[in-house]
Every structure is written in C-alpha cells, then in structure tokens.
Design a protein around this ligand. Structure first.
Ligand code: OXD
Ligand code: MN
Length: 581
C-alpha cells in the first residue's frame, strides 16, 4: 500500500471509529454503485422517482424544510490568527472549532454508512486540478458529488500518486439548525460540516473546497479561485474567445453561461459555449496569458425562473439523469417550478397538496443537479487539461441606476478596484430589505477563505505576472427607467455587449474615455435588428454627481478593511475622484 493510501486509510478508520459508523464504503464512481445508491434512497424515501416517460432517470429529493440554503452565519474560517480570516469571514479559533466539531461528530453515524468519496476538482488529467476526499453519511451527497465532480477510482489513483488532497468530513447529524456548523481550516486544508444536507453546506467539493479552501491554496500557489462562469464566444468566422464573469446571486449567471444568441446572430453563425456556470480557477500560463478551468463537472442550478424562454439550454438538459431538490410535482409526476409554464402543480416542495396559500409550490432555492455534458451548449474545452485562455474578465451587478450597461477598466489595477468594490441591489430572493446596495467584492463575499484586502493584493500580484492580461469590464443588465422598467432587454441580447467586449480585446472597437472607465461610442453596440430600441444614451451615460457619491461610498467601504488594503488601490481611487471633480 502506498504511504498516501495508508495515511488516507488511517484517517478514514479514525473518523469511522469516532463517528461509530456501522460500515465504511469506498466509492468508485461506477454506474452500478450509483444505481445501488439510488435504490437505497428510493427504499428510504430520500428520493422519489419522477415520470420515467418524460424524465427518465430523474429523481426528486425533498430536504428538511429547515435545511434549504447555505448558512453563512454558521460558516467559519478557522485560521490561527483571526486577522488572517479578515472582516469578511466569521472566525473561530481552530482548537475551539475542532473541539466543538469533535463533540458533534462523536457517535453521529451509529446505524449509518460512512462513504469515502475521492474526487478531483477539474479535468482528471489537468495539472491545474486539485484533489479532495469527502467522508459523508449521506447517499444524497454521494450521488450529487458524482454529478458535480470527477469522483471515484480515477480520482483515488491520482490522490495516491500525488499525495496531497483536501480532507472533508460531513454528517447530516440530526438536521438541527442549533447543531449545524460549516468549518474551514485553510491552514490544514480541512473542512468539517455538520447538521445540514443542503448542497452548498454538504457537497464539500463546491463552495467549501473549490472556493474557500482553494482561494487560500491559490494565494500560496500563485493562482486565483473565483466565483465565475466561463463562456466561449464563437464568431461567424469560427474563432472562439473566452470570457470569465463574476456576478452575485440573482443576476442571471446561469442564463449567461448558457446564452442562446439572438436570431440575427444565430443566423450569422454566432455561438456561445458553456465551459462553467459557477466556479473558475485561473492560472497564469507560460505565455503570460491567464488560463481557466472549471473545477466542477456538473451544474447545481436554481430551478425557479428556468423556462423555454429564459434558458432553453438548461431546460433541454433537465429531462434526463437529473436530481431535483425541493421542486414541486405535477399530477403526472413531472418536476415543476414557478416560471416553468402555466400548469398548476399537484404537490408542493414539502410533498403537500399544492395550495397557493402555503407560498410558492417550488422552494425559491430549489435546485437541479445535472452533469455538464447534458447541456446542449457544453464545450468540449471543459475537459482541456490546459484550460482555456481568457480574453476578458467581467464583473456584474444589479443596479437600477448609475453604473452603465458596460464599462471597461483602463488597466489591471483599475479592474481590480472595480471588482473589489462591485455592488448589487438586494432582491426579493433574499431576506431583508429590497433594493439596498450591497458590496460583494468579485462576488466572493461568502466565499473568500481569507482577508479580502490580502485577496485584492493577490489579484494585483497575479496581474504583475501577466504579460498579456485579460481586459477587465463591468456590466449592468439591470438599469431601469423613470417608470421602473428595465431599459436593456437582457438574456440572449447580452451577447451584443459581449460582442463589444471581445472586439475591444482584439482592438477592433473604439471606446469613449471617461474618468470612471471606457464606454462604447454611440453605435458601438449593435442594436439595429432589435424590435424596440433601448435608450442607449441613458444606458451608457456617466453622471458625475452620482459617481461622486458612489466614490465616497467606495472609500468608506474600503476603509472597513483597514491598513491591509493595497495602497495602489487607494491611490487609484483618489485619482479617479480627482478627475470626476
Ligand atoms: C450558488 C450560490 O449556489 O452562489 O451557486 O449560492
Ligand atoms: Mn454560486
């Protein structure tokens, strides 16, 4: 036995003894194993089979009603020095956190099976990929990890060869919200998650490993782990350019990742390819460009709002081999959610007869888990071990006013400042007041595993290594007019903005310089085939009064991160303030 395998086995034995698991099963990722996992869950009613004619091999999981979302207030980054976790994270002393988790895990798997899930984040043969092992007592987690990661025997073989991997231990416990914690120990590349079966808390490869732990690992190793989608934009000449884009939740990230071009563009030969919809690892290449891989192999997407109109690609992939969580069901046993169609469901997400007085039929955070390969716009480049070269990085947010449809940063430092201070208005999808501006740097607020100011410095350091850095842009699809209506049509028409972005990257489009960045010249964004002309003047205007206020707010925000904030960002902010006047 290799020394890695023997230390992995020792750790598994220790956890099995501590949790008093009935038995230990090492997962190989095979179809037969998956089928036995599904059969176990059908027998225990953790899964319900959906209509086999319309949705073959599709299942519904109904979670505990108090366990339906990520729990940021119970999510901790446990660094030795509290200052390293930064004001952006909840922190707990690692010894205290281990003691707390040891107590929770003690005997928690009596009568349960402990599954050993080896996985690889990223293409199995890519030097940019990283490895992990999740120990879990949840067959639902095993089945989801199989769709979301490269899981099983190939990952285990690579772990044996390389020797390093992230250690994750998970138990659903009793699903008691008072006994629920998601703990990260970046210094020992360890995750411990107790008391939740929900995706972001329990599928440890996703937010816990691929963002929180990986962002820390990336800082030490000289790369970036980001909350970004990756798309390939193919023009009629067949040339594909890649864009990575970060958006906070409820800004249409999955729709953008699977965008279908407007009719005139489709006819001309434009195509959009999906490399990833949520997480992107960016590595400087030897040629001075930035290369991206999607560490995930599947989508864990929000179902409500997905329809033939908003995201036909997503809809097309969901009629086979999909696990649905907390959606409603029609009387012929098909999955249903708000926004799908005009049908009335028979049963709501809690399995009750549908009654509109009980609220939405599908939980607003109900999800689908499906392999990326099922997506009609899936890009084979998602398996490229070198990653894809990134031409543009896009930071987006939801702002009714002020920020233009698109703005180009003047250089990398300016782009980092834009990313570090990006903001979005809260929506009805989250609890709390609606329309409040919240800063969400690089859309990483809940996911950066260390102090934000150090993270911005790391972004600047990465820029220094790139002789051909991507250009950085800010977009805002959500500007409203005086009557509160959206000015920009959005969805597939966002390709018109991406077309300008790509043209800028190739020096094939001109721009108008303003103190806060560069915007398209009039006529720079193609809109002539649109049925209704959007008010481009408003969409691209820069209002000095509004920006003066914005820059003051940005200054206040950066000051919350103290003297670790890179001086070069503060100097650039002062210079912009001066030029706005
Ligand atoms: C997600 C999230 O589930 O960002 O992707 O919350
Ligand atoms: Mn996300």
């Amino acid at each position: 036995m290799s020394s890695t395998l023997s230390s992995l086995t020792q750790w598994v034995d220790q956890v099995a003894q501590h949790t008093k698991a009935d038995q230990v099963v090492w997962c190989d990722g095979s179809d037969a194993e998956n089928q036995s996992m599904i059969d176990t869950m059908l027998a225990s009613e953790a899964l319900v089979a959906l209509n086999p004619d319309t949705h073959p091999d599709c299942y519904l999981h109904r979670s505990d009603p108090n366990d339906v979302a990520r729990v940021e207030h119970l999510t901790f980054v446990c660094t030795k020095d509290q200052a390293d976790a930064g004001p952006n994270n909840h922190w707990m002393d690692p010894d205290k956190a281990h003691a707390l988790m040891d107590e929770l895990f003690s005997g928690c798997m009596v009568g349960r099976t402990l599954y050993v899930v080896p996985y690889c984040m990223g293409p199995i043969d890519s030097p940019l990929s990283r490895l992990g092992v999740e120990l879990t007592d949840s067959p639902y987690v095993v089945a989801n990890m199989r769709l979301m990661t490269r899981m099983g025997k190939d990952a285990l073989a690579r772990i044996e060869k390389e020797g390093h991997f992230v250690k994750g231990v998970h138990s659903t416990g009793e699903l008691d919200p008072d006994r629920r914690y998601i703990m990260h120990f970046p210094e020992s590349l360890t995750i411990m998650s107790f008391g939740s079966g929900y995706g972001g808390n329990a599928l440890l490869g996703k937010k816990c490993h691929a963002l929180r732990i990986a962002s820390y690992q990336a800082r030490n190793e000289g790369w970036l782990a980001e909350h970004m989608l990756i798309v390939g934009i193919e023009n009629p000449q067949g040339e594909v350019r890649y864009v990575a884009a970060a958006f906070p939740s409820a800004c249409g990230k999955t729709n953008l990742a699977m965008l279908i071009p407007p009719e005139a563009y489709r006819e001309a030969g434009w195509k959009v390819w999906t490399v990833g919809d949520d997480i992107c690892w960016l590595h400087p290449g030897e040629d001075g460009r930035l290369y991206a891989i999607n560490p995930e192999a599947g989508f864990f997407g929000v179902a409500p709002g997905t329809s033939a109109g908003t995201n036909p690609n997503a809809l097309a992939m969901l009629d086979k081999e999909t696990i649905f969580t907390n959606v409603a069901v029609t009387d012929d046993n098909q999955p249903w959610w708000e926004g799908l169609n005009e049908q009335t469901p028979a049963t709501d997400w809690q399995g009750r007869a549908f009654d509109p007085n009980n609220g939405p039929a599908a939980h607003p955070n109900s999800r689908f888990t499906v392999s990326m390969k099922r997506c009609p716009s899936y890009s084979e480049e998602a398996e490229n071990p070198r990653g894809v070269p990134i031409d543009a990085i896009v930071f987006g947010g939801r702002r009714a006013h002020l920020t233009p449809l698109v703005l180009e940063a003047k250089d990398w430092t300016h782009g980092v400042l834009i990313g570090a201070t990006m903001a979005s208005e809260t929506t009805a999808a989250a609890t709390g007041a609606v329309g409040v501006i919240r800063r969400d740097p690089m859309a990483m607020k809940p996911f950066c595993g260390y102090h934000f100011a150090d993270y911005w410095q790391h972004w600047l350091n990465i820029g220094d290594k790139l002789s051909q850095p991507p250009k950085i842009f800010q977009v805002n699809w959500f500007r409203r007019d005086d009557e509160g209506r959206f000015i920009w049509p959005g969805f597939g028409d966002n390709l018109r903005v991406l077309e300008w972005i790509v043209a800028r990257c190739k020096d094939e489009a001109s721009a108008h310089d303003t103190p806060v960045g560069r915007v398209p010249e009039s006529g720079g964004i193609v809109i002539d085939d649109l049925a209704e002309m959007p008010d481009m003047e408003t969409l691209l205007a820069i209002d000095p009064d509004g920006w003066r206020e914005e820059l003051m707010a940005i200054e206040g925000f950066l000051s919350e991160y103290g003297d670790r904030v890179p001086k070069i960002l503060l100097d650039r902010l002062s210079a912009i303030k001066k030029s706005v006047g």
